[in-house]
Design a protein around this ligand. Structure first.
Ligand code: FUB
Ligand code: ZN
Length: 647
């Protein structure tokens, strides 16, 4: 069943152009250590390698083309693979010779760096071949293999060349020779999930079921023996391959504390959890494995119902880049890593592959239009790793507990997982717009696209044009209809008063539109400003609201509203207003009346006062879409704003 969707929306074309014209060449320079930039540590810690990327250089050394040592994280190779995937995706959108040359250079280097038996991980090749696959709690060898596989699939789809797929298949053969339940093989999974997802993609292009089986094996072996990783290290010490003492391995951080079927709640490192859960949902859908699906659904519920930010971010703490506990959603110390929201996007998409539920589609939208694109600056050359909901630049500078909360986007990071992850994700958004289930077509996203769908052996063409100005409007034109066809169009939760030009039935958050011949449908609706409140147990948001209009969550920035944003209170529901800004471009802002506490003279030099009399001044508040913040100046920002009681 083939589906071929092209996004034609100006909103997303802006991003794909920035990525092609700015981000991909910029990241190429960084990976080649040719960019004139300062690399930031993602948080204050001496051990973070931030002098240079060295990622291409590591591959050259592994390939024997250069001499030297490995530099960077154990997973530095993955930066190159993600870059390659984004270049391939971008090439698929708009082929150009320059990009092809750049990709060819990297592909040849990877081919040359691969060992004869298929192994590839520059750190272990250069520095510690004796420890290959022997320190899986931290080695990231299969994580990097996963990114290599994903790059090879994208490269094959974009160029038709199977040069890199061959590298991937050779590596997977090596992995299969080393891992498995058979005597003498390694009976465990990589500490960082990723290969599980990638193997599904490899299956999709090769048709080889063994790759899904291997993915399932990795998922199911995880956590069966929580001591697996410690035993590996212990054995290395005993064999004289490494020195003691034994590290304390937190298996919860790796989601290896118990088998996935027994994991009742999302814990540990957020990116790992969602990459794993996405793979679980994929395997469940391919193998129609309800047990696996239920396990994935439990993790889903644990995130979305209790550990999920309004901006689509996840991960409440920098410690272990991790989940914490239910309703613990601090706004100014959180993590909300860009990669974690990207992983959540994958998870939501994979859940939709099992069955259609509007909640999965809403999460796709919320992550994408808010945290994920907040991860990049509009110049395509600066990135957030952590996406806060509240920032005070002074706190970021002076409070060691907030060193990870950057008030502006750095050019690059010692750990550069996020920048190329954004690039590969935003160049493959066509995968998130629609689904086909039981020969019915589902449209999840409110964006312009053209698509060809193979339904019951014939091709149906859809084109969707959307408008999100004063009113919402979507126009759907359908061609090639030969028999009754049902199209479901998601009615976003942020719309109201929907009207339809043709007969439709509303079912589970989607408008059901049944047609027997070519036709078109216009849906019109209001786009009210939504004032979200949090569950009362979210301590940080009591008495506050977060605003949303359309798919966008909004924020206040110091640039428009002066400093001490925490002293401002919203007095009325703001109104949408078109804004044209030199740096931000054209967008819909929100403007409304507010009041601001005046720090009156009675405070003098006092820190505390009994019966302080509050006085306020009236102010105008201007909100901008969250993803646009930190593109103009460095200043305060808040998403959750005080609201007047009874408003
Ligand atoms: O460990 C590889 C990547 O680095 C993770 O996915 C990110 O969270 C960062 O820790
Ligand atoms: Zn990241």
């Amino acid at each position: 069943m083939s589906v071929d969707v092209t996004i034609t929306d100006a909103f997303w074309e802006r991003y794909t152009k920035i990525i092609r014209n700015e981000m991909i060449p910029f990241q190429w320079d960084v990976l080649h250590d040719k960019a004139d930039i300062v690399i930031d540590k993602e948080r204050d810690a001496d051990y973070i390698p931030s002098e240079k990327s060295h990622a291409i250089e590591n591959l050259k050394i592994a390939a024997g083309k250069k001499e030297g040592h490995h530099y960077g994280w154990l997973f530095q190779d993955s930066d190159v693979y993600k870059w390659l995937e984004s270049a391939a995706n971008s090439y698929a959108l708009n082929p150009d010779a320059e990009l092809l040359d750049m990709m060819d250079e990297v592909v040849s280097l990877i081919v040359d760096a691969q060992e004869d038996d298929g192994y590839l991980s520059t750190y272990y090749q250069i520095e510690a071949p004796e420890l290959r696959f022997r320190r899986l709690f931290e080695s990231h060898e299969l994580y990097c293999a996963g990114h290599l596989i994903e790059a090879s699939v994208a490269h094959y789809k974009a160029t038709g060349s199977d040069k890199l797929i061959e590298v991937s298949e050779k590596f997977v053969k090596c992995i299969k020779e080393n891992f498995g339940s058979e005597e003498g093989k390694i009976n465990g999974a990589d500490g960082h999930q990723e290969i599980e997802l990638a193997l599904i993609k490899l299956y999709e292009v090769t048709g080889k079921k063994e790759y899904v089986d291997l993915s399932q094996w990795f998922l199911e072996i995880r956590g069966v023996d929580p001591d697996f990783y410690t035993k590996q290290v212990q054995e290395n010490i005993e064999k004289g391959l490494s020195e003691g003492p034994l590290p304390r391995i937190d298996t919860t951080y790796l989601q290896a504390h118990k088998p996935v079927f027994e994991q009742e709640e999302p814990v540990g490192h957020a990116v790992r959890l969602v990459y794993m859960a996405a793979a679980m949902a994929e395997v469940a859908s391919i193998h129609e494995d309800d047990n696996m699906f239920q396990a994935a659904q439990r993790l889903w519920n644990g995130i979305i119902k209790k550990r999920y930010y309004i901006t689509g971010g996840i991960g409440s703490t920098v410690h272990g880049e991790a989940f914490t506990f239910d309703y613990d959603l601090p706004n100014d110390t959180m993590y909300c890593e860009t990669c974690a929201s990207i992983g959540l996007l994958f998870f939501a998409r994979s859940m939709l592959n099992n069955h259609i539920d509007v909640e999965y589609a809403e999460v796709i939208e919320r992550t994408l239009y808010n945290t994920i694109i907040s991860g990049m600056a509009l110049d395509g050359k600066h990135f957030f790793y952590v996406n806060p909901l509240e920032v005070n630049p002074k706190a970021s500078r002076k409070d060691p507990g907030k060193s990870h909360v950057k008030p502006s986007r750095p050019s690059w990071f010692g750990c550069a997982c996020c920048p190329p992850n954004i690039a590969r994700t935003l160049t493959s958004l066509n995968n998130y717009v629609t689904s086909v289930k039981n020969n019915n077509i589902y449209i999840h996203l409110f964006t312009d696209f053209e698509g060809d769908f193979d339904i019951n052996g014939h091709s149906i063409h859809l084109s969707q044009i959307t408008e999100l100005k004063d009113l919402g409007r979507t126009t759907l034109a359908v061609e090639g209809v030969k028999e009754e066809t049902i199209i479901y169009i998601r009615l976003p939760e942020w719309g109201s008063s929907f009207s339809f030009s043709k007969e439709t039935t509303i079912k589970d958050g989607y408008a059901e539109y049944s047609i027997k011949e070519d036709d078109s449908l216009v849906i019109e609706f209001d786009i009210p400003v939504l004032m979200w409140e949090s569950h009362p147990l979210v301590r940080d948001n009591r008495g506050k609201v977060a605003l949303q209009r359309g798919p966008f969550v909004y924020c206040l920035e110091e640039e428009d509203n002066s400093s001490h944003l925490h002293l401002s209170t919203l007095l009325e529901k703001p109104k949408a207003q078109s804004i044209e800004d030199e740096k931000l471009g054209e967008f819909v802002g929100l403007k409304g009346k507010g009041k601001k506490l005046v720090i009156n003279q009675s405070w003098g030099n006092k820190l505390y006062q009994v019966d302080a009399k509050d006085t306020f001044e009236e102010i105008d508040l201007t909100f901008i879409p969250y993803h646009l913040w930190a593109n103009r100046s460095v200043g305060e920002m808040i998403v959750w704003v005080n609201r007047e009681e009874g408003m």
